[in-house]
Design a protein around this ligand. Sequence first.
Ligand code: ASP
Length: 416
Amino acid sequence: MTFSRRDFVKTSVLGAVAAGVGTQARAESAAQNSPQEHGAHAGPGKRPIIICANNGYAYLENAFSFLKGGGDTLDAALQVVKGPEDDPKDDSVGLGGIPNEEGVVELDACCMHGPTRRAGSVGGVRNIKNVSLVAKAVMLHTGHVMLVGEGAERFAVDMGYPRENLLTENSRKIWLLWKQFNSTDDWWGPGLDDPHWQPPSVKPQAELWKERIKNLQAHAAELGIEPARQLAAVRKVVFPPTGTIHCSALNDKGEISGCTTTSGLAFKLPGRLGDSPIIGAGCYTDQDIGSAGATGSGEENIKVAGAHSIIENMRHGMSPQDAGMDALRRIVRNYNGDMNKLRFVDMTYYILRKDGAYAGVSLWEGYSAGNPHKIAVHDGTRRADVTTSLLKGYSQEFPPFPDIPEELKKNSEYLK
Ligand code: ASP
């Protein structure tokens, strides 16, 4: 390999972080900068309504018809999240999720059923695609709330969910590329006799950025990643992505439920659980108040019990948007407002109050201009609303790297 993240981090993290400070100079509280309220925020909204992360958009139509026809609120929400779980092309959830550092897909999910005030959750589940449904099965068929790992997998099989290989060829190749990328110091990737092998570079890493992308792309091609997906694979390798779907559904009677499902952080340590399976962090529903869920930096959300904090805020009278902004401020507070750190954190909350008022709020506006965070909504009209952000500007992907060339950031293949 010509470079590795390890080399990079060793040689230029400090410079990169320093360079980044200026880029986030625009970071400031958007709360004082005309927060946009979605139409429904201030007063009651419409019922029935479903809200979800934007990767659920395509599945809203059917779920909304089901809900409107009298279907249960949790089943409607599960219908939405099952879409990305079943989709091998969505590499953030279920089948085709990007695996952990050992190449194994591990899935997390949780759900809460408002009308019966019950909850279920599973974490670190291997070989079972529809973990959101398994979370519901834990809720319905056990006296427990949470099952993890092998026990959760065996429970899923007992409940009739088939074991299957969740690692698609696409995700396997991305994982292999990641392994090679990080492996100049071991025996993965090109050896000394490989034409691509180069000694660690002493040039400033920022100067080598384009060359690095080119080399990684060449390795992606060697691994058989199709041309149109190579740049996206490179991005996922350099900046291990998160990705998740949350959905909350409210019917015309005021019954409300929510669920969240994910493959978690790409290349995570085996056994790592993020916020998604944690009742009160990745999802929380209270039949008296509403339902909330999260996507983004799981570790940060666990520390502020995001979804639960939002519900409690609404219980004490805050609007959905204010409730979400307050949870985001708690994340900011945990870092004493240090933008050198916060710029690597991002979080989006999806919030639905029992009267149909809703909000989508994010820590940052999105990843880059033209790529804003969105919340998908169906209340008779299906749409994707841009979320309201607490901070002006765009989050930086982790780990710290020099600023990525703007032309690459706008490249639709890189952004896939
Ligand atoms: N929150 C998820 C996790 O930390 C990832 C995500 O939402 O993208 O596992």
